[in-house]
Design a protein around this ligand. Structure first.
Ligand code: ZN
Length: 642
């Protein structure tokens, strides 16, 4: 998932619009896990209609969309006309917010239509143009609505309290206003805010330079594989070749890829230090105790949640090491190296599922979630909420888009019939059902779920799917493959992302102490953490020094304390799935309430309501118990088949 929301300090509606248009990509998109696009020669016209999403549910014809476009600027003007009135009376405030809410709601659907039309075939210039037009309108709207949050902040608190008493309809906007107020102590006076806004022009440079350099201009290593094939190692060929079944190839690919990055250590280090300094600037001018606090405050997440995650990962490294030892056993090698990390655990398991079979499996796996959930899954299938197959020019990956509030959520897939594709379907349906329940039960203003919760519903579905599939399968090789897949996912999502989070915290702490950072220093810190996680000293896995540069491969370090949420989502969803499988109907009702809550409350209390307290060790411990149970299972199968 991309993060466009790094520097939100007040959750304005304008920002929320960007937030909500964020699309969740398939789980492969986690930091350092980027997968490959799907290639197909099939033209979109050759795919039967019932496998394509029904965008006409939003606008019956393109002319209707054009009509909406013509009408929007006048509505923006009306938004701007409320300026200077918000503090005058409770009804003024209500009217302004209600009007604004309606415009944003329309804008979301307007933009979603264009972007989904364009994603269907990105080679088509007309939809691309529509998407660009929508983006221009966002910017215009942003300018028209920029006064809202500062003006709310200028209303004295006692007056605002009185507003809530005299105008009960304002209650709907309480959470929104609370969010604006919550960061008030970190808001400066008007002229200082202007200066800070001006400084914004310099923000994002380090990220842009990193992105251009690492994606485009950086020279690539070229290797000759055992087959004699020559391969230029960019991000996607690296992602493909690192999982090669040939060990010598893996070693060569790893060493060449990271060796090349290491040649640019000073440049890459200066870039990352630039980003750290940017975060330092925000921390200082906004008066936070730490960069971590400054970042987490935008979603009202206590820093203790972050610290607890790191503490728990460190405490439970023996569970990760058990998995690595198991991998060593299954691969039949004496010594496990870092370049073995993506090697397949089991060879030659080829499971194929038609889309109908896959959908049916997912429906059965999620039957535990009750009638409304399952009936809505059927509605999504019948009502063409989903764009199923790849076609030439279609956007790669997968996402769910819940922005068309009055219509229904949509899903983009590139379904190829692999077991992994069924997992992606379950994952995206998790997001879609989260949007469905929140959109249905919350007013638009509170419908979008917070980013901290975004991956909970999706990964909970994956857990339920695995549980279901394992009960249906007898073939030990297939079982090993599915269980192994789970463990690898736990490593990549929970431990690896926490390892990144620990690195991110460490470099910011050093900067806060006044230390300057270089590529050399980043590598030194990274290597120490990497060796600790993979048990280098204990002989679990050999980490050669060349991998110290891996930090330079992770774009998420420019996202400002983002990756830890992959880990926390994983533990929260594991605990939820366990509860639903063991806890019966009451737990399911709780879960549906959770899905229905949108952003009507902050993320941590929302989870607490369903019995998940992210400020305790419990979610992590439950996840470790599950990992160990899966490993018990694998060992039993291995002992049986010898
Ligand atoms: Zn997702």
């Amino acid at each position: 998932m991309k993060s466009y929301i790094n520097n939100i300090k007040t959750l304005s509606i304008v920002m929320m619009s960007i937030f909500m248009l964020m699309k969740c990509t398939a789980p492969v998109d986690k930091a350092g896990e980027a997968g490959n696009g799907t290639q197909t020669s099939k033209e979109r016209a050759d795919i039967p209609e019932n496998y394509k999403w029904k965008l006409t549910d939003m606008y019956a014809t393109q002319a209707d969309w054009e009509k909406a476009k013509e009408a929007l600027p006048a509505k923006f003007e009306k938004v701007a006309n409320y300026k200077g009135t918000l503090g005058k009376s409770a009804s003024n405030l209500f009217n302004a917010l209600e009007y604004l809410e309606g415009v944003v709601k329309e804008l979301f659907m307007f933009g979603s239509y264009a972007s989904m039309l364009s994603d269907s075939d990105i080679r088509e210039s007309e939809p691309l143009g529509m998407d660009q037009e929508a983006n221009q309108l966002y910017t215009k709207f942003g300018a028209a609505a920029a006064y809202i949050d500062p003006e709310i902040l200028s209303i004295p608190e006692h007056k605002l309290n009185r507003f809530f008493k005299t105008e009960p309809k304002l209650e709907k906007y309480r959470q929104y206003i609370d969010n604006v107020y919550r960061v008030k102590t970190h808001t400066r006076n008007a002229s200082e805010e202007n200066l800070i806004a001006e400084a914004g022009i310099m923000q994002g440079n380090s990220n842009s330079i990193y992105s251009v350099f690492s994606n485009a201009e950086m020279p690539r290593a070229e290797v000759t594989l055992a087959s004699g094939d020559k391969v230029v190692l960019d991000a996607s060929t690296y992602a493909l070749q690192r999982a090669s079944t040939n060990r010598e190839d893996r070693k060569l690919v790893f060493e060449s890829f990271f060796g090349k990055l290491d040649e640019f250590k000073m440049t890459l280090g200066t870039q990352l230090y630039g980003k750290v300094k940017e975060n330092m600037f925000v921390k200082n001018v906004r008066n936070y105790n730490s960069c971590l606090e400054a970042s987490l405050n935008s979603n009202n997440i206590p820093t203790s949640v972050y610290h607890k995650l790191i503490e728990n990962a460190n405490k439970n490294l023996p569970t990760l090491h058990r998995y690595l030892d198991l991998k060593k056993r299954m691969m039949g090698v004496d010594e496990l190296h870092y370049y073995d990390i993506y090697a397949p655990l089991v060879n030659d398991v080829d499971l194929k599922y038609s889309y109908e079979e896959g959908y049916d499996m997912v429906k059965k796996a999620l039957a535990v979630l009750g009638d409304e959930y399952v009936n809505t899954l059927q509605e999504a299938f019948d009502g063409r909420w989903i764009d199923v197959y790849p076609n030439a020019g279609k956007r790669s990956g997968a996402y769910s888009n819940g922005s068309a509030y009055n219509v229904h959520p949509y899903i983009l897939l590139n379904y190829n019939g692999q077991y992994e594709d069924v997992g992606t379907l379950a994952h995206e349906l998790g997001h879609t059902m989260h949007s469905y329940f929140s959109n249905k039960n919350q007013p638009f203003i509170n419908a979008n779920y917070p980013i901290f919760l975004a991956e909970v519903a999706s990964t909970a579905n994956e857990a339920l799917l695995m549980d279901h599939v394992l009960k249906q399968i007898d073939d030990p090789q297939i079982k090993l493959s599915i269980l192994g897949n789970y463990l690898e996912n736990a490593r990549a999502t929970l431990f690896r992302q926490t390892q990144f989070a620990e690195f991110e915290l460490k470099i910011h702490e050093l900067a806060e102490k006044g230390e300057s950072l270089t590529g050399e220093k980043f590598s030194e810190i990274y290597l120490e953490i990497l060796k600790k996680y993979y048990g280098h000293e204990d002989g679990v896995m050999v980490i050669d020094d060349v991998y110290a540069i891996e930090w330079a491969y992770i774009p998420h370090f420019y996202y400002n304390f983002y990756v830890f949420q992959y880990s926390t989502s994983f533990t929260a969803s594991t605990m939820l799935a366990e509860q639903m499988l063991n806890g019966g109907e009451e737990m399911v009702d709780n879960y549906i309430d959770f899905l229905s809550s949108g952003s009507s409350e902050y993320a941590i209390p929302t989870l607490k309501k369903v019995g998940i307290d992210m400020e305790t060790d419990e979610p992590f411990e439950v996840t470790m118990a599950r990992m160990n149970k899966v490993m018990d299972n694998i060992e039993a199968i291995l002992d049986e088949i010898g």
